[in-house]
Write a protein that binds this ligand. Structure first.
Ligand code: MLT
Length: 267
């Protein structure tokens, strides 16, 4: 069962292997925007293989507390959490904004990751046009709240196939987005628009790396993942057909199989 654990500063999802299954490692799962850590509940089956899943919520998204406004701040909080839990070398798995956070973590602690899963994400910083879009989104959030941001994002978050054929996934994603607090959402938008460019780090990544992407993703299209695959030595690339920006929710079973295969064979 997924269990919400609260430590001094950070709320996170903690899913452990069942009794009698030896723990083989930790999977640090970093969520996308405008969702939260509960998007990783769909990865519960991975614990049967001995993986403990730790998934932090962005600070301030789920409860009133000082929100993080930068990836550096959030990375520091995640590292503090891992140290408290005595988790030394997790496999770090980030979807989209979670990938931005993965890069910030590696910047602060280069030897952190035993393995890396970069899903529907990019290493580049926001170009000026994207920053303008973020400023408009902050205004929308201030004037009309979290629901308006969720509705603006929805058509791009999910692939065309999922939107047409999987109403339950559409509803799940909407509910995850609606459950967030406006202050936390503003913190994430602020962090995304001011994030550092991480492309210079790619060539130095020396842990096993899986790059995953949905072929219908319009936010981080396939070419972006192909370029990251070319830049990270020895990385593997998996493309999910008929899937958009959120493969772990849109095609949970295929995503779990791909990650599980990577964990068994590469990490
Ligand atoms: C996400 O899914 O985390 C966001 O779409 C990322 C972004 O807007 O850059």
């Amino acid at each position: 069962m997924a269990e919400m654990a609260a430590m001094a500063a950070m709320d996170y999802l903690d899913m452990r292997p069942p009794a009698g299954t030896p723990e083989v490692g930790a999977l640090l799962c970093l969520h996308a925007f405008p969702l939260n850590a509960r998007m990783w509940e769909a990865q519960q089956p991975l614990v049967a293989h001995g993986w403990r899943i730790l998934a932090p919520h962005w600070l301030g998204l789920q409860r009133q507390q000082p929100e993080a406004n930068s990836f550096d701040e959030m990375a520091m909080a995640v590292l503090t959490l891992l140290d408290r839990l005595q988790v030394e070398r997790p496999v770090v798995c980030g979807v989209s904004m979670g990938g931005y956070l993965a890069f910030a973590l590696l910047r602060q602690r280069p030897s952190l990751a035993r393995g890396l899963v970069l899903c529907d994400t990019r290493a580049e910083a926001d170009p000026p046009q994207a920053r303008e879009g973020r400023l408009k989104m902050l205004t929308l959030l201030e004037q009309q709240g979290v629901a308006a941001v969720a509705e603006e994002m929805m058509p791009r978050l999910l692939g065309e196939t999922t939107r047409r054929t999987r109403p339950e996934v559409v509803e799940r994603v909407r509910q995850l987005a609606l459950s967030n607090r406006a202050a936390g959402v503003a913190g994430v938008i602020t962090a995304m628009m001011s994030r550092a460019d991480s492309t210079g780090m790619l060539a130095a990544i020396d842990c096993p790396t899986l790059i995953a992407v949905g072929e219908e993703d319009v936010i981080t299209p396939l070419e972006t993942s192909r370029a990251m695959h070319a830049a990270i030595p020895g990385s593997r690339l998996v493309v999910f057909e008929r899937t958009g920006h959120l493969p772990n929710l849109e095609q949970a079973e295929r995503f779990n199989d791909a990650v599980s295969h990577f964990l068994v064979n590469a990490v």
